[in-house]
Design a protein around this ligand. Structure first.
Ligand code: URA
Length: 436
């Protein structure tokens, strides 16, 4: 067996055997196959696809390239959630404490901001002192102690994915459903979970703009999770507008705290409660997703969810006093308002541009070396369907960079479309797809 033969087979649209997939992944990970050959393999796979069996084999090789965490000595089910990412997507910060307070273990290995989207790790690290780089021992102990932990991918978790992802990033082979599936699932399966809830975003602020593509990705992820014996439910949720009002790392922590303390941010709450409800159902503490939603609301109203967030933060070294009084956080040098220049109904938003505006303000990385300004971001007030009068406050921006203010205001203004006719609110949950 050799790499050239495997590349040729994929080039000619032939299916690869488990042994061939194992050979190419293992040898690339050991650096015995050079980047130029593996790039050809990736591009052949990108163009000609991988079937379900090949996708499962890719996932398995990438998963076993590193440690698969064993949490079997911790009593109770372990359920995680994965989101494909979006603008203002802070659901992990809210649902991890809710689900842990419901008595289910939540082992979460999360990512950083990618492109125009934010990442859970960056949001958590905006809480002064919060450590996301726990080692696997600390990871297990945190779950034992408080039922939830949120960390980043360690060296031990799916090292093949780390290598392959960096190469995909620079060879235009990221947007492949089987490659995305293997990449996501190899990391999730390594966490030691029993079940997984998937939030596959669709719309202008998502990586998958069309609902049909999001559903294809969801089905591929479900197929692979089921092949590994995991319980799984996928939601296709809307990303045509920011989720909630706050975009930017610390700002998203602030909004999460408000929701955990009972504030009703409708769209954000709708998505979060559905995901939390599904996790509680998979964790067998509720007989249905609906009952899980009911329990989640009760847990928020009792104050237990916010208390659990404080407990998680304390355990991971974060300053809980900042969560108890979010006004004590340091302030941006510049805070500016963006006003509506027309009247009518907000008919659509180019949510990708809102994400980009937030990056420009300092909330994300424009180059790999960039340092994030945790305070930077946007509070974006209207929703699709909102009635707007000329002069209404559309957004408030926060930054330390004076030179980006005018340009960012223009991006925000040009990303919203206002019509004269009334517009319906968006349905946040598009579809629910259950695994076997
Ligand atoms: N997120 C991942 O972890 N992997 C992908 O391939 C795409 C998004």
């Amino acid at each position: 067996m050799n790499a050239v033969e495997i590349i040729r087979k994929k080039r000619d649209k032939e299916a690869l055997s488990d042994i061939e997939i194992d050979f190419i992944i293992q040898n690339y990970t050991k650096r015995k196959i050079p980047d130029y050959q593996f790039s050809s393999f990736l591009m052949a796979g990108f163009l000609n696809g991988f079937n379900e069996t090949e996708t499962a084999a890719l996932t398995k090789c990438m998963l076993y390239s590193g440690t698969v965490i064993d949490l079997s000595d911790i009593p109770g089910l372990k359920i995680d959630k994965h989101s494909t990412g979006g603008v203002g997507d802070k659901t992990s910060l809210i649902l991890a404490p809710i689900v842990a307070a419901a008595g289910i273990n939540v082992p979460m290995i999360s990512g950083r901001g990618l492109g125009h989207t934010g990442g859970t790790l960056d949001k958590l690290e905006s809480i002064t002192g919060f450590r996301t780089n726990l080692n696997l021992n600390e990871y297990k102990n945190a779950i034992k102690k408080c039922g939830a932990v949120l960390i980043g991918q360690t060296e031990e978790i799916a090292p093949a994915d780390k290598l392959i992802y960096s190469l995909r990033d620079v060879t235009a082979t990221v947007e492949s459903i089987p490659l995305i599936t293997a990449s996501i699932m190899s990391k999730k399966l390594a966490e030691g979970i029993d079940g997984l809830v998937l939030d596959v975003k669709t719309g202008s602020g998502a990586f998958m703009k069309e609902q049909e593509d999001s559903e294809k990705l969801a089905r591929s992820l479900i197929g692979t999770a089921s092949a590994f014996g995991k319980k799984v439910i996928a939601f296709i949720t809307d990303m045509n507008q920011p989720l909630g009002t706050h975009i930017g790392n610390w700002l998203e922590v602030v909004e999460s705290v408000k929701v955990l303390q009972g504030e009703k941010v409708e769209t954000l709450l709708e998505v979060t409660l559905n995901l939390a409800g599904a996790m509680i159902f998979l964790g067998e503490k509720a007989g249905s997703v609906e009952e899980g939603i009911y329990l989640s609301e009760k847990i928020i109203n009792s104050g237990k969810a916010f208390d659990k967030f404080l407990e998680i933060t304390e355990l991971q070294g974060g300053e809980t006093s900042l969560l108890k009084n979010t006004d004590n956080y340091c302030k941006s040098n510049y805070e500016e308002n963006v006003f509506a220049d027309r009247e009518g109904y907000l008919s659509s938003i180019d949510n990708y541009k809102i994400g980009v505006a937030s990056l420009e303000l300092g909330a994300g990385r424009l180059t790999k070396e960039d340092k994030i300004d945790f305070k930077a971001g946007i509070i974006f007030y209207p929703e699709i369907g909102s009635k707007i009068k000329k002069g209404d406050l559309i957004a408030r921006i926060f930054t330390d960079k004076q030179n980006v203010i005018e340009q960012t205001k223009k991006i925000i203004t040009s990303s919203i479309y206002i019509s004269e006719e009334s517009v319906k609110k968006i349905k946040m949950i598009k579809t629910i797809i259950k695994g076997d």
